[in-house]
Design a protein around this ligand. Structure first.
Ligand code: GTP
Length: 317
């Protein structure tokens, strides 16, 4: 095992959620410079290469590297511009960028740091220095990822939490507004859950919520969909680029799935088991507040409750 390999596999990966081979993107318009860095990291990292700024952005979007080593002076789009672009795209903005440059004046460094870079490495590179810096920033990325994960997951059920949902609905609202595509939202409430708690106890209530969440998680979602705990015994799902008709089908499948779990509910006025009521709303986002989508889903949920519970209601606005 090479020295470089042990640097990552024995010190970095064990005990962390980090992949044994972190993904590293090396960007330089001179292939010979890429080769030099490849010699250092080829054994320990999954290395991607790009010889232009545009290529670098494409690799970031498609491969989501854990770190970018970025040349500053390149034709077409220089490194500072590439870095700015990476930092302005929410999906890739958390990827740390280290500049590898022969221009190490304080002005250049300031410009790079202001563009969002985390560090600078001077050319010609010193392999030990590059390894040490990359390792430091990969470890920081592990910690940041772990914290972000912790902050976005609901403690009881393990699915996404309200904070994560709030962030996603904001970004999907913007994305669907740009493309003119519909955005659908499903709001779910467990029926007679107070009675469930009163009869079976709060701990059993918690177990019930976990089962509902698990069933939601295991429903077949598409790439950008998200299912989250909204609070208490309420759950929400977001389905970008989805028509009302398809969201209603999904909501009905979820309602049936929970019904089929056959979680006994002796004191429910609706059935002999736990059921859910579901409100669905769908809209093409405009420049109005996204709260109108949430309110519409909430109104439909209320309608489902009023209509006898264990049912789905929906509206297109
Ligand atoms: N066990 C448990 N109970 C919770 C949790 N969060 C909220 N609840 C309970 O969920 C119940 C919700 O009750 P209500 O809002 O009255 O609604 P409901 O009894 O489900 O009645 P309907 O919605 O009208 O069918 C309350 O008793 C809350 O205490 C939780 O994390 N665990």
């Amino acid at each position: 095992m090479s020295d470089t390999h042990s640097l990552f596999s024995s010190e970095l990966a064990p005990g962390s959620a980090y992949p044994e081979r972190p993904k590293l993107l090396i960007v330089d318009d001179q292939p010979v410079n890429i080769q030099v860095l490849y010699q250092v990291f080829g054994a320990s990292c999954e290395v991607f290469m790009a010889t232009s700024g545009q290529q670098a952005l494409d690799v970031c979007r498609q491969k989501r590297p854990d770190l970018v080593l970025l040349d500053v002076v390149m034709p077409d789009m220089d490194g500072v511009e590439v870095c700015r672009k990476i930092k302005s795209e929410p999906e890739i903005s958390d990827i740390p960028v280290i500049f590898v440059t022969s221009q190490n004046s304080p002005e250049e460094e300031t410009l790079g740091l202001e563009a969002g870079a985390v560090d600078f490495i001077s050319k010609p590179i010193n392999p030990a220095v590059v390894k040490a810096r990359v390792k430091t920033h990969l470890m920081l990325k592990i910690q940041t990822d772990a914290l972000r994960e912790l902050a976005s997951v609901d403690g009881l059920t393990g699915i996404s939490n309200r904070r994560q949902f709030d962030e996603r609905i904001e970004s999907e609202w913007r994305a669907c507004r740009r493309t003119g595509q519909p955005l659908a939202m499903i709001m779910i409430d467990v029926d007679h859950f107070k009675k469930y708690n009163d009869h079976y106890g709060h701990l059993e209530g918690d177990t019930c919520l976990k089962l509902v969440a698990q069933a939601l998680k295991e429903s077949q979602w598409r790439g950008r969909d998200i299912a989250a705990r909204y609070g208490g015994e309420e759950f929400v799902c977001l389905m970008p680029e989805t028509k009302l008709e398809d969201a209603l089908k999904k909501a009905e499948a979820i309602r049936q799935r929970i019904f089929d779990l056959v979680i006994p509910h002796a004191t429910s006025d609706t059935a002999d088991r736990v059921t859910i009521s579901v409100g669905v709303a769908c809209t093409v986002p405009d420049d109005q507040d996204l709260k109108r989508l949430i309110s519409a889903a909430d109104e439909q949920l209320y309608k489902a409750k009023e209509g006898g519970r264990n049912r789905v209601e929906g509206v297109s606005t």
